[in-house]
Ligand binder design. Structure first.
Ligand SMILES: Nc1ncnc2c1ncn2[C@@H]1O[C@H](COP(=O)(O)OP(=O)(O)OP(=O)(O)O)[C@@H](O)[C@H]1O
Length: 518
């Protein structure tokens, strides 16, 4: 897949945004940003957590009203505010991070919503015609999904592809045939296993080839370098720059995002006392995917776990923590067998889990940052009926500063923080409990490059003081930077183990993909 620079025959942008501004309670989230998208380009949008990417998208989609600025779409000028439907009726299609699909609905039902969704009163759905339209659309994009399949039967990447094609189909219904489309995709790959991202990118290639324009928000620099033609970077709500992707390097992008040069982490070998019992061990552990697994995790080390989707990688942290019941086998804490681990028992033993799905399992969106960060301490810091809020606030403020959470305000509502900042708060909260073992499941999904490095550093400092970490991820780069050893799972069993300098991206990819046991 090669990204070509497209703004070719027709130099007029399909979408041009000028001087868009938006603030929340007097705090600026967008301070006059410009962005243009041309026919036949995939345009990346990058920026640190809280730099304003989602705010831009929400303004374009009508979720928030902008305070000022204007756009030109398909040659028509539209002034702010755009109203509740945003620019949808002007030719913009959106795919938000949660994809907007209901698990029990069918593919056909979702698509049919778009053909009559805005009409009032009763409307007969021409199911035969809808089925033809949907089948043709899926075929056109090479997507092998049955129109009667329910969403919960689809794999994550099929869901993401469906959401993209649904946005395309919805716009096609509203516009004259052949008009190029403008699609806005907000981190559609963030919850996808790395290995499946290329399948989604094949759909983006087709859109580019048709002359459409796609805005793709992502934190993954490799992904941006691979698939986009140009890239715009936001910094602190303003425009840091727009570059052609061809010729840009990772370091160029990092410098634009952070406003400073990238510093690289130096990795030190873990000092592990293997005479002491492992702080956490799995003995013949079996779940839905994990099968008869033996694994020991020692104080002071970072153990990475990786594998293809369905290999058990994503299940293992939950089984070890007791968030999912094992079918058989057991877990040991400091050499003592725990037959039936539960989250409460795990936490008593100093084992904490940071789940991948932070929206549903991580923090409470309705509580403040301080309240979220205080939850693990309420029992410990309560002197009789009194809670030491001042102490809790001091501790939270220190953690927010160390992780450069934006805003640095522990009274802010957790749900108002950007996705990446929510993740930083959750990691900081559990770090503050000084656990003996931290189980991480895709810990840096949606987290910017700067914060990623801060998190790696924090993990490193904590392991040097004796904490153990098990990190399940399909992000090889993260494993290279963090892990002392990596176990590669295949159909629930350990197929390979890599250690120290042998942990490279190439070695991990070949251990994950090779047919033979490495
Ligand atoms: N509803 C809201 N109320 C108050 N502040 C908000 C609200 N939505 C966003 N913000 C603030 O606006 C700023 C920009 O947030 P935004 O979500 O646009 O960042 P982002 O670049 O998308 O970050 P991420 O990469 O973490 O998703 C942040 O400081 C955020 O806290």
């Amino acid at each position: 897949m090669t990204a070509q620079h497209p703004p070719s025959a027709d130099p007029a942008p399909l979408l041009e945004i000028r001087q868009l501004t938006k603030s929340f309670n007097g705090v600026s989230a967008l301070s006059g940003v410009d962005l243009a998208m041309y026919p036949g380009e995939v345009h990346g949008l990058l920026g640190a957590n809280g730099s304003g990417k989602s705010t831009l998208i929400k303004v374009l989609a009508g979720v928030h009203d902008a305070d000022g600025g204007e756009v030109t779409v398909h040659g028509t000028r539209v002034s702010t505010p755009f109203g509740a439907r945003g620019l949808r009726d002007h030719g913009l299609g959106f795919v938000h991070q949660d994809l907007g699909l209901a698990p029990s609905g069918t593919v056909l039902e979702h698509m049919a919503l778009d053909s009559g969704g805005t009409s009032v009163g009763l409307k007969r759905v021409p199911w035969g015609r809808e089925r033809e339209r949907v089948s043709e659309l899926l075929d056109r994009f090479g997507i092998d999904i049955h129109p009667d399949a329910t969403i919960d039967m689809l794999t994550p990447v099929q869901r993401a592809m469906l959401a993209v094609v649904r946005a395309v189909g919805g716009q096609e219904l509203k516009s004259e045939p052949g008009r190029p489309q403008i699609l806005v995709l907000d981190e559609p790959t963030v919850f996808l296993p790395r290995q499946e991202v290329d399948v989604l990118f094949a759909v983006l290639d087709r859109l580019r080839d048709r002359g459409d324009a796609v805005l793709l928000v992502s934190h993954d620099l490799d992904e941006i370098l691979q698939v986009t033609d140009r890239v715009t970077v936001f910094r602190n709500g303003g425009l840091a720059g727009t570059r052609e992707t061809r010729g840009a390097t990772r370091d160029d992008l990092v410098s634009l995002i952070l406003g400073s040069k990238a510093e690289h982490l130096t990795k030190h070998d873990a000092v592990v006392d293997s005479d002491a019992p492992p702080v956490l061990a799995a003995r013949a552990l079996t779940g839905e995917r994990v099968h008869n697994l033996d694994l020991e995790v020692y104080a002071g080390e970072v153990v990475g776990v990786t594998g293809l989707a369905g290999s058990g990688t994503e299940e293992l942290p939950d089984l070890l923590f007791g968030a999912r019941a094992a079918k058989s086998g057991s877990v040991e804490h400091q050499g003592a067998q725990v037959h039936d681990p539960t989250p409460a028992r795990s936490m008593d033993a100093g084992v904490v889990l940071i789940p991948a799905n932070r929206k549903e399992q991580g923090g409470s969106l309705e509580l403040s940052v301080l309240e979220n960060m205080s939850l693990p301490f309420l029992g410990r810091r309560a002197g009789g009926a009194l809670i030491d809020w001042a102490g809790l606030r001091r501790q939270a403020d220190e953690t927010l500063a160390r992780l450069r959470v934006k805003p640095q305000d522990s009274s802010a509502m957790f749900g108002h923080l950007s996705g990446g900042n929510q993740q930083k708060v959750l990691i900081g909260k559990w770090m503050d409990t000084q656990p003996t073992v931290m189980l991480l499941n895709e810990p840096t999904q949606g987290v910017d490059v700067g914060a990623r490095r801060e998190i790696f550093k924090l993990v490193r400092e904590a392991t040097q003081k004796g904490m153990a970490v098990l990190c399940a991820t399909t992000d090889y780069e993260q494993l290279v930077e963090m892990a002392d050893r990596v176990v590669v799972l295949d159909q629930g069993e350990i197929r390979a183990e890599l250690r120290g300098d042998h942990i490279t991206k190439d070695a991990l990819a070949s251990a994950v993909y090779s047919e033979e046991v490495a």
